[in-house]
Design a protein around this ligand. Structure first.
Ligand code: ZN
Length: 381
């Protein structure tokens, strides 16, 4: 099953394992970056490490048995489906003892990991869902309009309308007063058509809460159409589409995803550009893991910028929840720190808790040269 968005996340967070432990498994299966062999090796290593973890766990036999069974099911599922699997990511959520099983195809490769806990680990799903905007596509001609919803990597028709606007009659316009009258009449009909379209679009946005509007129309009507849109919508027009009202949904989806990827890439480039400029002029920014964690611990971070899937071991003060690269003792309370398998993941979680924005950047980018992580700060560093 494909990850649909927030709904799947709610199903998972709503699952109560009661006393049981549950398994959350994530595998990067992006065949555009990884060979099948590499994916198989990661799978093998991941499962071997997970089994060791279960063995070392201080838990009852029943609980451990259930986790071992989860891992067997995951292994069988991945080995069986990998050959035909085309999604860039896979997640499996399992609780054998309670008969819960949910494999999900992800539209973006996650970090490889297995997590055992009393609840499902859904943060990577939330991060992936955040990468995709909720998009409304509006395609129109002089007489027709069609609306689609594009969410994650699926498309769904929303609405359509046909107006009774006469076709343009002849090149070169009309002559005489009669001609002028017809032209004005045409303009009025077209104006009505655009007005209706703008109204429906606004209603759809209110109802479904879309982030972006992508617009495709003929005859260079763009300025006309946009001038009819509510200001709220004008700000959400993120791009123009070449697709036409008569195009099949599959074609519309393909183009919408291309536009989305292009816009996101440009936004990411802009974020990295602003960050490095701020760093170079010694402004309100920091970079590198050590400094960024320090700033985060001090509540100085305004927004965190991190290379997607960047992962590093680190340490955590159990009292303060402060994050460190390698401090064995918390410098604040002198307590022994705990090992974190992935301090980046905790940093992202901490940033969310502090209500900071988190911007994930697809590699390669200039952020790689700054230690894959940085932040805009509230105050000057
Ligand atoms: Zn401490």
């Amino acid at each position: 099953m494909k990850l649909q968005g927030r709904r799947d996340i709610e199903v998972l967070t709503g699952f109560k394992g009661r006393d049981d432990l549950v398994t959350s498994f994530y595998l990067d299966t992006d065949k555009s970056r990884l060979s099948k062999k590499e994916i198989q090796v990661s799978l093998k290593n991941l499962l071997a490490a997970a089994r060791l973890n279960v063995e070392a766990m201080d838990a009852g036999r029943d609980k451990k048995e259930s986790l071992f069974r989860d891992l067997d099911l995951v292994a069988a599922h991945v080995l069986q489906s990998l050959a035909a699997f085309n999604a860039p990511g896979l997640a499996v959520f399992s609780c054998s003892r309670r008969g819960f099983w949910l494999p999900l195809e992800l539209p973006h490769g996650p970090r490889n990991r297995t997590v055992f806990d009393s609840t499902f680990y859904v943060r990577p799903l939330a991060a992936i869902a955040d990468r995709f905007s909720r998009i409304c596509v509006l395609l129109l001609s002089r007489r027709e309009a069609r609306w689609y919803e594009v969410v994650m990597d699926g498309i769904k028709p929303l609405d359509s309308l046909t107006s009774d606007v006469p076709a343009k009659i002849k090149e070169g316009g009309f002559e005489g007063t009669e001609g002028k009258r017809i032209e004005r009449h045409l303009d009025a009909r077209l104006h009505e058509h655009f007005k209706k379209i703008a109204g429906t679009t606004f209603d759809l946005f209110k109802k479904h809460n879309y982030d972006w509007l992508l617009l495709g129309c003929e005859d260079n009507h763009h300025p006309d159409v946009e001038s009819h849109l509510h200001t709220y919508l004008k700000d959400r027009v993120k791009g123009r589409m070449k697709s036409r009202v008569t195009d099949p949904p599959a074609k519309v989806l393909k183009e919408a995803l291309e536009v989305e990827a292009r816009v996101k890439k440009a936004e990411e480039g802009d974020t990295v550009q602003r960050l490095t400029a701020e760093l170079e002029r010694g402004g309100r920014a920091c970079s590198g893991l050590r400094d960024t964690l320090h700033r985060l611990n001090q509540f100085e971070v305004q927004s965190l910028v991190v290379t997607h899937n960047f992962s590093k071991q680190g340490r955590l003060c159990p009292t303060h929840r402060f994050l460190y690269v390698d401090e064995l003792q918390c410098p604040v309370c002198q307590k022994k720190t705990e090992i974190l398998l992935d301090v980046i993941d905790e940093a992202i979680e901490t940033a969310f808790k502090h209500r900071c924005a988190v911007k994930q950047i697809d590699p390669p980018s200039r952020l790689d040269r700054y230690g894959h992580i940085g932040a805009f700060l509230k105050y000057k560093a």
